[in-house]
Design a protein around this ligand. Sequence first.
Ligand SMILES: [Ca+2]
Length: 525
Amino acid sequence: MNSTQMLELAHYGRQNESQTMKKQLYLLTLVLACALAHSSAANVSQPNVIFLLADDQRFDSLSMTGHPVTETPHLDRLAGEGVFFKNAFVTSPICGPSRANIFTGQWERKNRIGFASISKNYVSAEAFENCFLMQLKHAGYSTAFIGKHHTKIVDRSNTPLKQNIDFCYYGEGHLGFHPAEKKKVFRNLKNKSQTEGIFEAFEAYLRPGDDHAYFYENADASIKGQLKQRDVTKPFCAWINLNLSHQSSLGGMGSKPGDPKFYSTRYADRMDDLPMPEGYPDNLTLPAEVITSKQQPGYYRFSEKSLKQAKLSTARAVYGIDQFVGNLRTMLEELKLDENTIIVVFSDNGLLYGEHGLGGKTMLYEESVHVPLIVYSPFLAKDKRGVQRAELVVGQDIPATLLDMCGLEVPETYQGASMLPLIEGGKVAWRKDIFLENLFTDQGYPRQDAVRGERFKYIRYYSKDNDRNQYLPDGIEGEEPIYEELFDTNVDPKEQRNLAKNPEYASVLSGYRTRCKELAAEISN
Ligand SMILES: [Ca+2]
């Protein structure tokens, strides 16, 4: 083992001594800051946590990441006052598996949860007990889980989630733009549009007093027992899951009189400014044995007109998410919670909008795996704010980071690492590449795995001949990929020039083949 590997091992494993000392100092600062800011609320000495998870929201969906139409002043401000990770990835780019990876802190190859309808595998009792919500609950937190839920917890009814989380208000699968029309549990909401309804539910949990008594009184009988308002003597942790900007929630957008007007009017005059992929629709870059345009689900086979419309609706949805963040920060200020509440914003995956001749996610191209990640902490020194970090980080790092920021131990079952040293601006040994995978075999997409390095990306594709609707986390014994790609993401960020057959890159390719096998084995154990 060389020194770099040893450093990485130290980083991936338990914290070393200097990190522990730094953590103790951080905690001392944090406790002092809380005591000063909230001397009247003596019991609240730990930071509150809000984890906002968007759905299918791409990296380039924000103003700050270059979207030419969508305005995101509140998200941009949050990033400007916090830390923005510009190389954040999801390693299983599809809703259920990506969320399962956050619940477990593990890669899919390890937790084997997959897309539950195909794999039939659920988050285990141990993994749920170790998830950040439960770890914080055991540390005395009030906990909330709100919005979309897309992976099963222990059993078909998610029993431990309902029994343990103080405010458990969710719908399984897709919620639609108007959730009350799809799920009876949302019928107590006054706001019929999804993002605003989820905000209303969070406010009912967070804001003390009787203003939201109707919410609890009118709650569906099946969930009345799982809705406890925040105990103001405790710190809180809320995991808020939006089902936007997912395509399944765009239908009916802005069609009800109560929907905010921007959902039906904003950017209507900007259609020509919405970016279209180069060469679309004749821009498929993969051979037919890997995938064809026709093999994708119909709703991701965009015509030029439907693609523009989807992009317009997405821009409005992201604007709505931005409004959510603005309203959230105003509410925290009103409740005097702004100076001790950490806010993390992430997306469960991106989406292909016609790039590579494809739509949807599950592909391991950047549009699908690269997502925005904002970590805002009021405890961070002013000179550490507004920083953009370039390290390769993943969704599995978020639970470890949240626990570390709250001064709790990171469970040994986690494979992700705490990003706190990066957030604090330290120079730490960090991973140089990440393992990506798609094991979802429904909807015509191929199994793939990949290594994303700091410069190159290697993707290998497997045959669909024998895998339809089977869950094969180990692959078929002796299986070789049927196609490979190698991209230099520095000069070819849109992954258009496959270097796998270019003899000049033979040694790079060979190195990545080996590394992909190494990482697959390492992550499985
Ligand atoms: Ca998703």
